[in-house]
Design a binder for this molecule. Structure first.
Ligand SMILES: Nc1ncnc2c1ncn2[C@@H]1O[C@H](COP(=O)(O)OP(=O)(O)OP(=O)(O)O)[C@@H](O)[C@H]1O
Length: 305
């Protein structure tokens, strides 16, 4: 069942078209990613869905509500992650939760959220004294305090170190496991690949692709490479053995190192052929495509900044 439906959403700022007839829907229970480079219009799109910005045209329904006309009722059922600048430096963790709980008719018990998100010992700490990861946990707890059906998480891991990013990903999985639908805005490929059931790739105001990360990656019809080392004394000559296999574009050998490039599922054909000839190899590596390759294939540019 679609929980969010967006049709033909358009928005301009002055003479700049930021969203141009964007349509997508989000299914109940999924983690839906909106991925795109800086300035692609991600935040604008999400804020139109949340009812925080007014689109020029198009329709948006979230849980059946029109975010502009029924914003107050809608906000009872959604949770929005705040950006850092939106909490006073001196507010205590419990005060922030208590304040946000007061915005809802039927909030969750924030003491439970403190426990659940590992913030119980930080209950009386001031916001400014929290680490980046703790702040992120607080923001997620605040987004959940209204017991929402949908949570919007925007650039959740920007500025976090790799360890804190991974810990935050785990938290998102927990939110999903609780049955909350998640809309995740990000410009990190790995994050989206890791977390999202489906992703809309937004570029220059339009959706250039919408699918699961796996399908987007599988759809990339570009060469990739596999490499391995032959065991010493191997008699087989890989260039001859592998050169004519389906999908293989080139095979090169430098000493024991063999590099095979190709398209499609050539790596399976290569390993099967090696096994048939009893050739054992080590250090086998396949540089499979990533979401960034999918982005390059779709837009001609890399998203990595
Ligand atoms: N209130 C506004 N008035 C004028 N222009 C705006 C406004 N908000 C955003 N823009 C412009 O619209 C474009 C899209 O901005 P938006 O914040 O939606 O992109 P984004 O994909 O979320 O980018 P980022 O990843 O940098 O947050 C940008 O060029 C931005 O400068």
């Amino acid at each position: 069942m679609a929980i969010i439906e967006v049709e033909e959403l358009s928005k301009r700022y002055d003479d700049q078209a930021v969203l141009d007839r964007v349509s997508f829907s989000v299914e109940e229970g999924e983690v839906f990613g909106i991925l795109g480079p800086n300035g692609a219009g991600k935040t604008t799109a999400v804020e139109c869905v949340e009812g925080l910005r007014r689109p020029d045209s198009g329709t948006v329904r979230v849980l059946g509500f029109d975010p502009l006309r029924q914003g107050a009722r809608l906000r009872e059922h959604i949770g929005v992650q705040l950006q850092h600048t939106q909490l006073p430096e001196n507010i205590k963790v419990w005060e922030a939760l208590d304040l946000y709980a007061s915005f809802y008719d039927r909030p969750r018990d924030w003491r439970e959220l403190l426990e659940q998100w590992g913030l119980a010992d930080k209950r009386n700490a001031r916001f400014s004294k929290l680490s980046g990861g703790q702040k992120q946990r607080l923001f997620i707890a605040l987004a959940l305090v209204g017991d929402p059906k949908v949570a919007f998480l925007d650039e959740l891991t920007t500025g976090l170190d790799p360890q804190a990013r991974r810990a935050t990903w785990e938290l998102v999985r927990r939110v999903r496991a609780e049955g909350v639908t998640v809309v995740l805005v990000s410009h990190f490929m790995d994050e989206v690949e890791e977390l999202c059931d489906r992703v809309a790739i937004l570029d220059r105001g339009g959706i250039v692709a919408l699918d699961s990360p796996e399908s987007l990656i599988d759809g990339v019809d570009a060469e990739y490479r596999m490499s391995f080392r032959l065991m010493e004394g191997t008699a087989a000559e890989p260039v001859r053995l592998l050169g004519n296999l389906d999908g293989v574009a080139s095979v090169s050998r430098t000493g024991e190192l063999v590099v095979v490039a190709g398209r499609g599922d050539f790596a399976t054909a290569v390993t099967a052929s090696l096994a048939r000839e009893y050739v054992t190899v080590r250090d086998l590596r396949i540089d499979k495509h990533t979401l960034d390759d999918a982005f390059i294939a779709l837009t001609g540019r890399s998203l990595q900044v």
